[in-house]
Design a protein around this ligand. Structure first.
Ligand code: TYM
Length: 328
């Protein structure tokens, strides 16, 4: 059985981009693998201006409840909070020491997030190394993520290899697992920009927990193009392609099936049909979320139990890593 590792930062409001690109993929693959799903609260500290201590604690529990509401089964998969397993931070430090600055300087996400900001923390720069530690400390085989994490996954592979060359302990090379359609859901207001949970622009994102009326409203105002409906004799515009990708993810239909279904349909019809599918898919998730989040003691028990199991596995790796580098 392959080991799967993935995580989400407990910041902002999780969107259908997170759901399609990551959470729903974890659920779809859950039965095939040995799964470890993490709420990466240490990563959320990399933009300290965006959090408060109380807010981060709440959000961390929210995201854990959301994992379960989306269908992650705590009897089959580990669901735990990153900061509860200290081995992540320990390995991150060790990996810091073997990661060339030159590789880090090429990370595009850091470049875009740090633009024109003098007070950016070193942690934001170092973010990909902590992510590599998350994955490598479990010797994970597969990392199901959206397309925006590709470069981070590649640096994790490179760090694993360099560590092996320097110290003779070879981590498992982690492979990225992504959807063919839906690995990059775009903003409804601007189909050239990735849908992001940290954006507050109106009409940009649809939250996993949004109410049906809000979902319908967001889709009705989605940007398409100057035409009036789907015309397959012309190349489809990015906004239309995005709506079809969302529809495909929520209905299980292929791109070709979606195109055939909407050929000749007006954009109004396309938007409301997609919205209906999203509402139908998310309504049970929202209901389960409120039930799970309402039992905070039960939720904490699951997180504690998972953290203990995760720590035991991480520690087994760290014993070998410490031995290889000569510490501990
Ligand atoms: P985060 O919290 O930004 O996003 C969580 C997951 O959602 C995916 N995603 C998307 N997929 C499709 N379309 C979108 N518009 C979209 N937006 C986000 C992301 O690709 C991701 O899979 N660095 C990670 C968290 C992390 C992690 C890890 C992931 C930390 N350590 C180890 C995997 C393994 C992040 O910030 O994700």
């Amino acid at each position: 059985q392959k080991t799967v590792f993935s995580g989400v930062q407990p910041t902002g409001n999780l969107t259908i981009g997170n759901y399609i690109g990551a959470l729903s993929l974890w659920v779809a693959e859950q039965d095939k693998h040995d799964n470890i799903f993490c709420i990466v609260d240490l990563h959320a500290l990399t933009i300290p201006e965006a959090i408060t201590a109380a807010g981060l604690r709440e959000k961390t529990l929210d995201v854990a409840a959301l994992y379960m509401a989306c269908g992650i089964d705590s009897d089959r998969s580990l669901i735990f909070v990153q900061s509860q397993v200290r081995q992540h931070s320990e390995l991150a430090w060790i990996l810091n020491c073997v990661t060339p600055m030159g590789w880090m300087n090429r990370m595009t996400q850091f470049k875009s997030k740090s633009e024109n900001v003098e007070t950016i923390g070193v942690g934001l720069y170092d973010y990909p190394v902590l992510m590599a530690a998350d994955i490598l400390v479990y010797n994970a085989d597969l990392v199901p993520v959206g397309d925006d994490q590709r470069q981070h996954l590649e640096i994790a592979q490179d760090i694993a290899q360099r560590f092996g060359n320097l110290f003779g302990y070879q981590f498992t090379r982690p492979e990225m697992l992504a959807r063919k359609e839906g690995a990059r859901i775009m903003g409804l207001d601007d189909p050239t920009a990735k849908m992001s949970k940290s954006s507050s622009a109106r009409g940009h994102a649809v939250g996993i927990l949004d109410e049906p009326a809000a979902i319908m409203k967001a889709f009705k105002s989605a940007k398409t193009d100057s035409g009036s409906g789907v015309d397959l004799s012309q190349p489809l515009s990015p906004g239309v392609v995005n709506l079809m990708a969302i529809y495909g993810a929520f209905t299980g239909k292929t791109r070709a099936e979606c195109e055939a279904e909407f050929d000749g349909a007006g954009y109004g019809k396309l938007k409301t049909t997609v919205a209906d599918a999203v509402i139908a898919g998310l309504t049970p998730v929202r209901e389960r979320f409120h039930a799970i989040r309402g039992d905070e003691a039960g939720l904490r028990r699951i997180l504690d139990r998972s953290a203990e199991a995760a720590a035991a596995r991480a520690e087994a790796t760290m014993v070998e890593v410490r031995q290889a580098v000569g510490i501990g």
